[in-house]
Structures are given as structure tokens and as C-alpha cells.
Design a protein around this ligand. Structure first.
Ligand code: CA
Length: 427
């Protein structure tokens, strides 16, 4: 079935600013709360939030097989469960209805008033109930940088890294949407040169620039997903700031890997941009040398050209751009990650979230964490207000943006932006 929603020549009767992340070719999916306290599934064109629940009630999805309350829910899990064919039919229909040439909804003011909200009048929620969260570690540059700093500069990349899309199971309980502030975690660390650990606020709170993909029901327990089919089970992507406490991480991660340094907060952008919308931005990933084992081998274009930016905004200050990276640098593709994840028969559900791992590029300004940008705090970043940062200060706001652009269209993710608050301890 063709993706007619991607037609680059199409214009909407909704006004869309030139550099908007949300032209009519995007049609992402999210969940929002209206000012009347109604929660609904929606999409976005320009600065309009569109209530898909209301559209369904008014019969705009007639002819597409959907359960009656498909869009009147507070998560996208059921819709995502319906699979790729339904996602495509719904996006195609939305594209048709908002096409400047189509009078059906354009000329029905009563319906428009029910369906369309100003984006500033809605409150974005988590788009899915995330059952399981897995975080990969798939940027070769990031893994090499961290290996140099935490272990051994001569053998920065561990021997398994070029053969396995390395990952760990995270926590879904502390994933929050953009806008929700995060507290500096308390934790155990071993101060430099000391032999005894201490407990207190982490002193080295960091961001990790990541994207994440959201899956549909992929398999039954015991069954694997072949790498050639894995893309069919990926609904779409979000931006992910996977907050990290480096001092806690360094002390706790041996031998079982990340734990409390990682699970205090992970922030995501609220609109899921579908893989269909990202289709025009496929590109070739880095050459994989040595060749992966056969169950991970892929041909063709399986990376995506997504420009990524990180801004640090001090309290009452102006944003400073601190990192500029690109998703295409990732060594392992999302399909390889999902094929590997299920290669042992691990079940993946609708609404599961898989983080890419920190996305660092080859140059110092493209590193995806403060740890790398300041090289463990050795080279502080100078901000435009005259202050310096080795890591993130209390009341700093971290904002990540992402977009794809070609000569015809720009498809973006909006942003994930959240403030780091001081530690909070219950007395
Ligand atoms: Ca991470």
C-alpha cells in the first residue's frame, strides 16, 4: 500500500510555518489533555493539535477497520497493536482530509471547532503505556569515548561490541514526557582517591542524547523476529534524554551494568514520528567491520538521517547549543537491535520502548553527553552568560531537538525539554 501521506507536494489548509517540524507530511501520533480535561489521541499539523477521537466519532475514519473507541483512549498501545497496515491507512486518511484541495472538513466550521485545538491549549502526555524499556549502546564513537575514560584507552571498545548490539533492561516507571522537571538523584559514589563510598546528591548529572523506537506486538515468547522483518514491527520514534549520574554509574556498574545511575529519569518527546513519515530519510549506516553474524546481516539503507541538537539553558538564561549530532552515525540499526533482542525468544509488546544509546558523532562537537563534551570535566563548556559547565547544574534546562530535511520537506520531532531540580529527600 503506497504511503500517500508522504506526498511532498501536498499542502494543508492549516497554516504551517516554513521551518515547522509538523508539516502535513509528518502526521505524528500523541496523546493530549484538552483544556476541558478530556484526554484523547491526536496528531499535529503546524501549531494545531488535532483530536483523532473526535474525528472518529464524526465518522472521518469510515471504511478503515478500527474498534469504536480506538482514538478515545489515553494511550496509543491498542492502535499500535493494529499493525502497519492500519497505521498507514489512518495517516493516509488524515493527509487526505487536511489537504488544501479537500473541502470536506476544511469547509465544516462546526466540525473544525470540535476537532482542532491550538497546540498551546493542550497538555501533552506520555503517548504510550511503556511496558518495558530497553536501552542499547549502539554508537561506536560513544562506546569508544566512554571506554577510554572509564577503563582502558588502549582497549576502549570491549571485544563483544562489534558483534553484539549491547543493551540492558531499564525501568519504564520513571519515563516522563517533555516538560516534567527531574530531581538530581541521591546515590552512592566513591570519591576520587578514597577507599570508602559516600551517599549524597550526585555531583555529575549528565544528559544522554538518544532517540528511541516504539514497537508493536512483535512475537510470541520463544519466537525470534528475523532482521529482514524487524522494521515492520517498529511504529515510530521519539527523542530521548536518558539522564545519567556519572559518579554513581562509575561506582555501581561493575559487574552487572547500569542501575540507579540511569533509572531515576528518562525524558521523551511527546509526538511519535512514524517510520512511514521517516521513509524519505533512509540512508546507509556505517560499514560494519567485521561482518556481523548472519542473523544480524542486512543489505541496503537502514539508518536514518536525523539531525539532532542539544541546548543547555541556565536558570533565567538563554539557550546555548552544546551538541550537534546525527542519528545516522549509529553503528547498529534499529532492525538489528530488535532482531538481536528477540533472537533468544524474548517477547516484545506493543508500546515497548528501545533507546538507541547515546548518539555521538565522530567530531568533538557532535558528542552526545557532557561526559564526552567536557572529556570527564577536564574541558568545561563556556556558556554565553559567562559561566562554565562540566556537568549539569541545578535549575539548568536541557532541550533536545531533532529533524530531517531534504530539498522538499522537513519532518521534525519537536523537542524534549526538562529542568534539573535540586535533590529531594523525604525526611
Ligand atoms: Ca542511555
Amino acid at each position: 500500500m503506497p504511503i500517500t501521506a508522504n506526498n511532498p507536494n501536498r499542502k494543508s489548509w492549516i497554516d504551517v510555518q516554513k521551518d515547522s517540524d509538523f508539516p502535513i507530511q509528518n502526521i505524528p501520533f500523541g496523546v493530549f489533555l484538552t483544556k476541558d480535561d478530556i484526554i484523547t489521541i491526536g496528531t499535529r499539523i503546524g501549531n494545531c493539535a488535532i483530536d483523532l477521537g473526535a474525528m472518529q466519532q464524526l465518522n472521518y475514519f469510515e471504511g478503515i477497520e478500527l474498534t469504536d473507541d480506538m482514538f478515545m483512549q489515553d494511550t496509543l498501545n491498542d492502535f499500535i497493536s493494529d499493525g502497519k497496515k492500519t497505521w498507514r491507512l489512518v495517516r493516509n486518511r488524515i493527509g487526505d482530509l487536511f489537504d488544501s484541495e479537500n473541502p470536506k472538513l476544511r469547509d465544516n466550521k462546526a466540525h473544525r471547532d470540535i476537532i482542532i485545538f491550538d497546540i498551546n491549549e493542550v497538555e501533552m502526555q506520555l503517548p504510550v503505556l511503556i511496558g518495558d524499556y530497553t536501552d542499547f549502546y549502539s554508537s561506536k564513537e560513544h562506546a569508544t569515548n566512554v571506554g577510554k575514560m572509564f577503563r582502558d584507552p588502549e582497549n576502549a571498545l570491549l571485544p563483544n561490541w562489534l558483534h553484539i548490539p549491547v543493551g540492558y533492561h531499564g525501568r519504564s516507571s520513571t519515563i516522563v514526557p517533555s516538560g516534567i522537571p527531574v530531581h538530581r538523584p541521591m546515590g552512592q559514589t566513591l570519591p576520587n582517591g578514597d577507599t570508602q563510598p559516600v551517599f549524597g546528591p550526585s555531583r555529575l548529572v549528565d544528559f544522554e542524547l538518544e532517540t528511541a523506537f516504539i514497537t508493536t506486538d512483535a512475537n510470541i515468547m520463544g519466537e525470534n523476529i528475523p532482521v529482514t522483518e524487524a522494521e515492520d514491527y517498529i511504529f515510530g520514534m521519539v527523542l530521548l534524554n536518558d539522564w545519567s549520574a556519572r559518579d554513581m554509574q562509575k561506582w555501581e556498574y561493575v559487574p552487572l551494568g547500569p542501575f540507579l545511575a540511569k533509572n531515576f529519569a528518562s525524558s521523551i518527546s511527546p509526538w511519535i514520528v512514524t517510520m512511514d513519515a521517516l521513509e524519505p530519510f533512509r540512508t546507509k549506516g556505517p560499514k560494519q567491520e567485521p561482518a556481523p553474524l548472519p542473523y544480524l546481516q542486512q543489505k541496503g539503507k537502514h539508518a536514518y538521517d536525523i539531525s539532532l541538537e542539544v541546548y543547555l539553558t541556565p536558570n533565567n538564561g538563554e539557550p546555548d547549543l552544546v551538541s550537534k549530532s546525527n542519528f545516522k552515525y549509529m553503528y547498529w540499526s534499529m532492525a538489528q537491535q530488535l532482531a538481536h533482542h528477540t533472537s533468544n525468544g524474548c517477547k516484545v509488546n506493543s508500546g515497548d520502548m528501545m533507546g538507541s544509546g547515546t548518539i555521538s558523532g565522530p567530531t568533538p562537537e557532535s558528542f552526545g553527553s557532557m561526559l564526552e563534551l567536557t572529556w570527564g570535566g577536564k574541558n568545561p563548556i563556556k556558556l554565553s552568560n559567562g559561566t562554565e559547565r562540566k556537568f549539569i547544574d541545578d535549575n539548568d534546562t536541557i532541550t533536545m531537538k531533532g529533524y530531517c530535511k531534504n530539498s522538499q520537506i522537513r519532518i521534525g520531532f519537536g523537542e524534549v525539554s526538562s529542568k534539573l531540580l535540586p535533590s529531594f529527600v523525604r525526611k
